[in-house]
Design a protein around this ligand. Structure first.
Ligand code: FAD
Ligand code: EPU
Length: 358
């Protein structure tokens, strides 16, 4: 990369370069990985110049956020690019909805808290999801009955091949359950900012199992709950159910809940009445609980060396300290094989696997 500044060089052109960068602390599994080069970009306006470099424009690139939805099963091949701009502001307001524009590098949960502080609702069910704002549209993050696509007004993304900035409406992002156009074309686009349309009058969504009970335990009447109280209830449930990556390495759910044809879901439920079955992406399919399927195969709390399955949730693979990404991937493959063998259902990883194929 001889037409770019040397390692450790200054913020002047709008980016910082680190050679032979360790990524251990940049992935929430906490597995070891190295990149030949890491470029931090505080200002997305520097992207056209940065991607003028042939190595970045045409070679392998990994766009990295908080590393909470990927598994380094090997080292990334090319340059790792991380956006660090964290700006956010209200850019529009029609009296019922405000449009919030947030740069990609900010923490998602900080943005949720900030919007609540501005008197805006709509993101309360998505509180405490780790990672960055820029990654939120990649897999259409979702939790407790809400997906971010319902709040997305536009996604701003830099296309590296053409070095142009695009603005996609929510429809153009092709969102579905844990999916978007960006997930199908990894690293073609660098998401630089997200615009969210957030209601000024709360439209609370309390139907997901556990939220009402949690509000009641907090002494809050669900009918009179404020968005910040819903966010607090969601945080409490999440802290109880999901291991904290600061304590034990993990990437949240390792598998997506599988979609199967209605007839297959009905046959499985007839045989296993306790299997939770939910609505699917469309009328012909149902979503099965991957956690239940994995749990039923006996994996919950399983441990092999430092690679394991969380004791609190069967869908979460954990690194007890010294596991490698390859060990975690090997365990994940065997979990998926056992679910396929026992129930005839294929489960797919949710996180991006870097350095290996699923
Ligand atoms: P990374 O892991 O860094 O990247 C994920 C993918 O997005 C990669 O393909 C990467 O290349 C791409 N990417 C990242 N930033 C950009 C960008 N600016 N432009 C283009 N591509 C980019 N997810 C949910 O949906 N719901 C949950 O409830 C949830 N709970 C979780 C709980 C825990 C404890 C953990 C560890 C994870 C959880 N996740 C959940 C997964 C994760 O938090 C989200 O997917 C999050 O959006 C990932 O953000 P990140 O910045 O860490 O992305
Ligand atoms: N269950 C088990 N065993 C377990 C855990 C759960 O049988 O060990 C069963 C229970 O019956 C439970 C059901 O599975 O009712 C569903 O569990 P949960 O409510 O925890 O939801 P999930 O389907 O496991 C999904 C998302 C989470 C999200 C929660 C809350 C996926 C892949 N995961 O988990 O997202 O936070 O719902 O909305 O869709 C993530 O994507 O990383 C993530 C954590």
């Amino acid at each position: 990369m001889n037409d770019a500044p040397a390692a450790g060089t200054p913020p002047a052109p709008g980016y910082r370069i680190f050679e032979d960068a360790r990524l251990d602390a940049r992935n929430t599994f906490g597995v070891p990985a190295r990149a030949p080069m890491l470029v931090e970009v505080p200002d997305a306006a520097a992207l056209p110049e940065l991607f003028g470099n042939a190595m970045l424009r045409d070679g392998p690139v990994l766009v990295l956020g908080g590393g909470s939805n990927l598994l380094f099963a090997g080292d990334p091949e090319g340059v790792v690019v991380a956006l660090t701009g964290r700006g956010r502001r209200i850019v529009g307001d029609d009296g019922t909805h405000a449009i919030v524009r947030a740069e990609a590098g900010g923490e998602w949960h900080d943005l949720v808290l900030w919007t609540l502080g501005q008197g805006l609702s709509g993101l309360e069910n998505l509180a405490l999801i780790p990672g960055t704002v820029g990654a939120a549209p990649i897999q259409n993050i979702g939790a407790y009955g809400v997906e971010v696509r319902e709040r997305i007004h536009a996604v701003e993304a830099f296309e590296r091949a053409t070095r142009t900035l695009h603005r996609f409406s929510a429809d153009e992002c092709a969102f579905s359950y844990r999916d978007s156009r960006f997930k199908h074309e990894p690293d073609r686009f660098v998401v630089t900012a997200v615009e969210l349309a957030l209601p000024r009058r709360p439209e609370l969504r309390l139907e997901y199992a556990g939220i009402g009970e949690e509000l009641a335990a907090m002494g809050v009447d669900a009918g009179a709950a404020r968005p910040s109280q819903v966010a607090e209830a969601v945080c409490r449930i999440r802290r109880r159910k999901l291991p904290d990556p600061a304590v034990i390495g993990n990437a949240g759910s390792f598998f997506k809940n599988p979609m199967v044809p209605v007839a297959q879901a009905e046959a499985l439920q007839a045989e296993h009445p306790a299997l939770p079955v939910f609505r699917g992406n469309d009328a012909g399919v149902r979503k099965l609980s991957a956690a239940w399927l994995i749990d039923a195969c006996g994996w919950k709390g399983h441990r092999e060396g430092d690679a394991g399955v969380a004791a609190s949730h069967a869908l979460v693979l954990v690194n007890h300290g010294g596991a490698s990404g390859a060990q975690l991937l090997d365990l994940a493959r065997r979990i998926a094989a056992s679910v396929r063998e026992r129930f005839g259902v294929a489960i797919e990883p949710e996180p991006r696997i870097v350095g290996a194929r699923w």
